[in-house]
Design a protein around this ligand. Structure first.
Ligand SMILES: C[C@H](O)CC(=O)C(=O)O
Ligand SMILES: [Mn+2]
Length: 338
């Protein structure tokens, strides 16, 4: 059978969809069930990665340390992974994860800023961790730029380089062009992380696999920022039919969805109008709930905020601009009315 490695991000990207509200106990219990279902790597913690719990990104229910402790205790075979965005998380935060046997760190940067990952990848490698470079918002750069940045990640020692479609803004032809170029240019495995804003997360993931990605992400029930991620149980079913061995027990994974994830979802993980606009405008997936809150507060349409954020080519870390845009739109509206 053909092999494919899957990284489950339910307990990290999924945290965006529940406003980082999972308790450490809930995270530990879900981690245990994912492990029992045969998932081999799970990414956990605040949606914006380690050190993300803050006024800017939203406070998590528990501290990083509490999440690490609960999850590391629950896991038997599955490895723990954390996301580190340099500038949000620090090497000090990573050291805390190392106390709890973290196996993998994904060092995430904007697609044109791989150079800020050098120190963090070096540190991870020196300390025996698997280091994955993770290029966010990859729809915002042309193929050559994505390749250049992936090569930088590889040169720093990344074991895998991921392309993330953070805004769910890519169509399959773009995924294929970028993944095949990466595959030809670097010597480490290529990974792909999708969002579903255009309804293409599973399709784009298959396009990535077809053109050379050997590591891909998913989340149970698709729980994740924006319209959510590639729905993992769907992906596993499709891959099984295509003759891939994921090592995951499909029914057990489905049961995690029904018994553990459905009850905690704040809203159905559908492609709502504003989530669709994120993919259409190429805005950042995790802006969704921030934009909804700002829209309500300033009496404007969340879609207009997100379109404007896409036009301005805003990226993760610019969450404070959401309020500015909402205020501007509200002023414009009042002028137009008056
Ligand atoms: C911090 C983001 O949620 C990372 C990610 O999953 C993405 O860029 O997509
Ligand atoms: Mn994501």
């Amino acid at each position: 059978m053909k092999q494919i490695r899957i990284i489950d991000a339910t307990l990290r990207d999924g945290m965006h969809a529940v406003s980082h509200s999972l308790s450490a106990e809930q995270m530990g219990a879900i981690a245990q069930r994912l492990d029992e279902a045969g998932v081999t790597t799970i990414e956990i913690g605040h949606g914006d990665g380690i050190g993300g719990s803050s006024l800017q990104y939203g406070f998590a229910k528990a501290s990083d340390r509490e999440y690490f402790a609960a999850v590391s205790k629950a896991l038997k075979n599955c490895k723990m992974d954390v996301l580190l965005i340099p500038g949000i998380g620090t090497i000090e935060d990573l050291k805390v994860a190392m106390e709890y046997n973290v196996h993998t760190v994904r060092v995430a940067t904007h697609v044109t800023e791989a150079d800020v990952a050098e120190q963090h990848i070096n540190f991870a490698k020196k300390n025996g961790l698997e280091a994955i470079g993770f290029l966010m918002m990859s729809h915002m750069a042309p193929v050559e730029k994505v390749v250049e940045q992936a090569k930088l990640m590889e040169s720093y020692g990344a074991d895998v380089v991921y392309m993330a479609d953070s805004g769910g803004a890519m169509v399959p032809d773009e995924v294929k062009a970028k993944i095949s170029a990466l595959k030809a240019a670097i010597n480490v495995p290529v990974g792909f992380h999708a969002h579903n804003n255009l309804g293409l997360a599973v399709g784009n993931t298959l396009a990535a696999i077809e053109t050379g990605a050997t590591v891909v992400d998913g989340t149970v029930r698709g729980l994740g920022a924006g319209a959510g991620n590639t729905q993992l149980e769907v992906l596993v079913a499709v891959l099984n039919k295509m003759g891939y061995d994921t090592g995951i027990d499909l029914y057990k994974l489905m049961d995690v969805g029904q018994e553990m994830i459905d009850p905690l979802m704040h809203r159905p993980q559908i492609i709502s109008n504003d989530a669709l606009v994120i993919g259409y405008a190429g805005a950042y997936g995790s802006f969704l709930l921030h934009a909804r809150r700002a829209a309500e507060k300033f009496g404007v349409d969340a879609r207009d905020i997100l379109m404007e954020l896409g036009r301005r080519k805003t990226v993760g870390g610019q969450e404070d601009l959401i309020i500015d845009v909402a205020i501007e739109l509200s002023k414009q509206r009042k002028q137009n009315v008056g």
